[in-house]
Write a protein that binds this ligand. Structure first.
Ligand code: SAH
Ligand code: SF4
Length: 367
């Protein structure tokens, strides 16, 4: 029986250096291999011409570069593209590319489903199956760049990544950090930390670790300006209430050379969190925190009782924040003709867990 070959797709520079050291090769091979995989998208060791024949054979015997299969590609009228990628027999996830001006933003998933059960999120309502490996996370960028480069009339590449697809990235910390390091690496995708954004519903201890390990731009799903309402919408708030979360945000932007800000995400729900009092509370909470507010029109999904705030209320809410000196953007709903908008990503999640197991998983990730 032959031993399973190691999939090198999700190896960051230090993993790759350790791998080459283990097989008695020089460490610069690590950078060369990262370049072959991620910049030239070559997965066949036989084609890696700056490796000796002996090394190519050795690698082919013990390792592989396995990219998961794309099962569908959808292209929206507005240029948004969505790929459905099969991760294993039961699970497929969705990755979305959003072109805008010179920028091309890829929305990447970190888990199959999500254990955090936020009430306004279709992913959260579907349940949790498993974490994605680092290879499965970086594969989304690999697949997107490959498709964009092969498009005969395309001149697009991924310039920015947002970890805003399915799943809570900080609940799959090590795999997400590993994948984001490949995104940053000059021998990988060469995307600066500033252009890599991680969105979290607020796993406070991991926010502090992230600053040390992988100082990406941070987006916080705040969505409510008082704990009672936030706990109703985001059960994780019971464990990490607003004051603790905002304290972590202040720590994240403190020190360092770069001028940083936090993006505060706020989903607009009619009659729930869109009153003048909510806006006043939000302004008070954010005092002294370098931030931008991103208002997200709620995207409905089957079975939800929420509705999006009216255009008029959204504008009023936005103006109230601007009058108080806040920088506010309203997220455009993109790709909704191909069900690719925020909170609509569902993939095919086989929710194997029963309710008790689901709660156990939630406890586990919130520890
Ligand atoms: N788990 C992470 C990242 C994935 S969700 C997080 O919660 O931040 C990405 C963004 O989409 C989050 O701000 C999330 O709150 C928002 N979102 C979820 N469901 C939504 C919906 N139905 N309509 C609009 N935004 C939604
Ligand atoms: Fe999970 Fe984020 Fe959806 Fe909440 S909003 S259920 S944390 S994906």
């Amino acid at each position: 029986m032959t031993a399973a070959r190691t999939n090198l797709l999700g190896f960051d520079l230090s993993d790759m250096e350790a791998f080459f050291a283990e097989i008695g090769e020089k460490s610069f091979r690590a950078r060369q291999l990262l370049q072959w995989i991620h910049q030239y998208r070559v997965t066949d060791f036989g084609l890696m011409t700056n490796f000796s024949k002996g090394l190519r054979e050795k690698l082919a015997n013990i390792a592989e570069i396995r990219v998961p299969e794309v099962v569908h590609e959808h292209i929206s009228k507005d240029g948004t593209r969505k790929w459905i990628i099969r991760m294993d027999g039961d699970n497929a996830i969705e990755t979305v590319f959003i072109p805008e001006g010179n920028r091309g933003t890829l929305c990447v998933s970190s888990q199959v489903g999500c254990a955090l059960t936020c009430t306004f999120c279709s992913t959260g309502q579907q349940g949790f199956n498993r974490n994605l490996s680092a290879a499965e996370i970086i594969a989304q960028l690999w697949v997107a760049n490959d498709a964009l480069k092969k498009d005969p009339k395309g001149n697009r590449v991924v310039t920015n990544v947002v970890m805003m697809g399915m799943g809570e990235p900080l609940a799959n910390y090590l795999n997400v950090v590993r994948a984001m390091r490949i995104m940053r690496d000059d021998y990988g995708y060469g995307i600066s930390w500033r252009r890599l954004t991680l969105s979290t519903s607020g796993m406070v201890p991991m926010i502090d670790r992230l600053k040390e390990d992988c100082p990406v731009s941070l987006a916080i799903s705040l969505h409510a300006a008082n704990d009672t309402l936030r706990s109703e919408m985001i059960p994780l708030n019971d464990k990490y209430p607003i004051a603790d979360l905002l304290a972590a945000c202040h720590r994240y932007v403190s020190g360092g050379q770069q001028r940083r800000h936090i993006t505060i995400e706020y989903v607009m729900l009619a009659g729930v969190n869109d009153s003048a009092q909510d806006a006043r509370d939000l302004i008070r909470l954010l005092k002294g925190l370098p931030n931008k507010i991103n208002l997200i029109p709620f995207n409905p999904f089957p079975g939800t009782h929420y509705r999006c705030s009216s255009r008029k209320n959204l504008e009023r809410f936005k103006q109230q924040l601007i009058d108080a000196g806040q920088i506010v953007t309203v997220r455009k709903t993109r790709g909704d003709d191909i069900v690719a908008a925020c909170g609509q990503l569902a993939g095919e999640v086989k929710d194997k867990s029963r309710r008790a197991e689901k709660i156990a998983a939630r406890e586990m990730v919130t520890q």
